[in-house]
Design a protein around this ligand. Structure first.
Ligand code: FES
Length: 113
C-alpha cells in the first residue's frame, strides 16, 4: 500500500499519504482543509501524524502534562490538552488556530463516535 512500508524492527510506519483510503481523505486531513490548518504545507504531514498519535493516546486514556486529574477514568480533551499534546510540532506559518480547530473537529467526530 502506498505510504505504508515495513521498516525498523518490523514495525509498520504510516505516513500522511497512507491515511487516506480508496482515494478519500482521512477525516483529519479533510478537517485540515476545512479549517485552513496549513498555509505553505511544510509542517502539515507532521502535524497530521502527531494529531493521529494524540488521538490514539486519548483513546488509550494516556494523560498529558496538563491533564487536570490523571487518576480519573476518563478526562476531557480541552483546548489546553490539544495545545500541550501538539506542542512538539512547530509551524513557521503560524497556522495554529486552524490546526487546533481541525484537531478539535476530528476529536469531536472521530473519537466520540
Ligand atoms: S503551514 Fe507552513 S510551516 Fe506550517
Amino acid at each position: 500500500m502506498y505510504g505504508i512500508c515495513r521498516s525498523i524492527r518490523r514495525r509498520d510506519i504510516t505516513t500522511t499519504e497512507g491515511l487516506s483510503e480508496n482515494d478519500e481523505l482521512h477525516p483529519l486531513q479533510a478537517a485540515f482543509i476545512e479549517h485552513d490548518g496549513f498555509q505553505c504545507g511544510y509542517c502539515t504531514p507532521g502535524q497530521i501524524c502527531s494529531a493521529i498519535g494524540m488521538i490514539t493516546e486519548f483513546q488509550n486514556g494516556l494523560p498529558s502534562a496538563v491533564t487536570k486529574d490523571i487518576s480519573a477514568a476518563a478526562f476531557e480533551f480541552s483546548n489546553e490538552e490539544i495545545k500541550e499534546r501538539m506542542s512538539g510540532n512547530l509551524c513557521r506559518c503560524g497556522a495554529y488556530v486552524g490546526i487546533c480547530e481541525a484537531v478539535r473537529e476530528a476529536l469531536d467526530t472521530e473519537v466520540r463516535e
